[in-house]
Design a binder for this molecule. Structure first.
Ligand SMILES: Cc1ncc(COP(=O)(O)O)c(C=O)c1O
Length: 373
């Protein structure tokens, strides 16, 4: 029997020919910054020894200053992902409930479920395309233990205004709930506010250098919480011997220089986002309903065309070398309506999407069953 098509296997095998619009990665950071730092670390053969287990002190200071959250130092992990696993593992138990959104970054939901806790999803596939304090307040029940606030929200690209973050943080404080604030995409969002500013005892902030600094492949992130919560979470640390030393070197170089390049990266990302909106407007039945994005991604709803997002993903990749992501891995309820495009990329990648998308939709729509409403 034929193997099902594996988009990731295909894309990695053709890595340099692919326009990577699939994982919200950032391809706009000046590459020499990281290259020079890592070359030097390799020349010194730093990789032969273990890193300082608690993390390079300069990196910890840079990460703390970058978040601007006062006295506590962050805890380094293998990407934000490892933090998310540790936090859920340490702080949740069977019978607990976590309030989250749908669509969402569902890997976190899976981590929650591994602890025996359940996730209650509030449908945010409509304006304002994110949770609100009011809906959270209504949904809190006797089992609610944690709120999941991903800001900006992957995959939608929506973000939370400062007053809404404050209101949600106050709910967490008053109801004695934990607030998991995943701010992986925060640098792309104008006027972003951290929940920890308003609920420092209840909030665990998860940050990453994967997207803002363009270092996804190096796997470095972390969390920041009160000393009491940090101690409880740190018990589940598996990287007892420290985080990849070359990743730490690269993250230091990127964070040290970030003020000099992040503005340009965000501006190009915004321009690309507007160009994606324009491209999508040119295809009947396709929309970017949650645009403009406050992150480096948006959703493209194609439900009225009757075309399956998985088919668009496959055709774009196989025939045009453009990798986008079908929505089924991001939303149990709405995943068959949309795909996600990310755009911290060279404008030529966006133009490739612009040439390919109308062609792919035309050929797939001709074969599609009746459109869904
Ligand atoms: C909301 C969110 N949190 C966390 C992550 C994982 O980030 P990292 O690469 O730091 O593990 C992602 C990756 O796409 C994400 O979208």
């Amino acid at each position: 029997m034929a193997e099902p098509f594996d988009a990731f296997r295909y894309a990695h095998a053709h890595h340099d020919q692919v326009a990577w619009l699939s994982q919200n990665t950032n391809h706009l950071v000046p590459p020499e910054i990281v290259r020079e730092a890592v070359d030097e670390a390799v020349r010194r053969r730093l990789y032969e020894g273990y890193p300082l287990a608690s993390g390079d002190p300069e990196l910890l200071e840079l990460a703390r200053a970058d978040l601007g959250l006062g006295a506590n130092l962050p805890f380094l992990t293998g990407g934000g992902t490892e933090s998310l696993y540790m936090i859920t593992r340490a702080l949740l138990a069977s019978g607990d409930e976590v309030l989250a959104s749908d669509p969402s970054y569902l890997i976190i939901h899976r981590f929650v479920e591994l602890t025996g806790a359940t996730v209650r999803c509030l449908d945010v596939y409509r304006p304002p395309w994110r949770l609100t304090a009011e809906r959270i307040q209504e949904a809190i029940g006797p089992k609610t233990r944690m709120l999941l606030l991903i800001d900006p929200l992957n995959p939608v690209g929506s973000g939370y205004p400062r007053d809404e973050v404050r209101a949600i943080a106050e709910i967490a404080h008053d109801a004695k709930l934990l607030l998991l604030n995943d701010v992986t995409y925060r640098d792309f969002s104008d006027g972003h506010a951290l929940a920890a500013e308003f609920a420092p005892e209840e909030t665990i902030t998860v940050w990453s250098v994967s997207k803002n600094c363009g270092l996804a492949g190096l796997r470095l992130g972390g969390f920041l919480a009160s000393p009491e919560l940090t101690k409880r979470i740190a018990r589940y640390n598996t990287n007892d011997l420290g985080i990849n030393i070359l990743a730490q070197v690269a993250a230091k170089a990127a964070l040290r220089t970030k003020p000099s390049w992040i503005g340009k990266v965000v501006r190009q990302t915004r321009e690309n986002g507007h160009r994606v909106e324009e491209i999508v407007r040119g295809v009947d039945g396709a929309t970017t309903p949650a645009a403009p994005s406050r992150a480096n991604m948006t959703i493209v709803d194609i439900a009225p065309t009757g075309v399956a997002p998985e088919a668009v993903q496959e055709e774009l990749l196989l025939r045009h070398g453009v990798f986008v992501r079908a929505g089924n891995y991001l939303s149990p309820t709405h995943g068959r309506r949309f795909f996600r495009v990310s755009f911290s990329n060279a404008p030529s990648d966006i133009e490739r999407f612009g040439r390919a998308f109308p062609v792919v939709m035309e050929s797939l729509a001709a074969r599609a069953p009746a459109a869904s409403p």
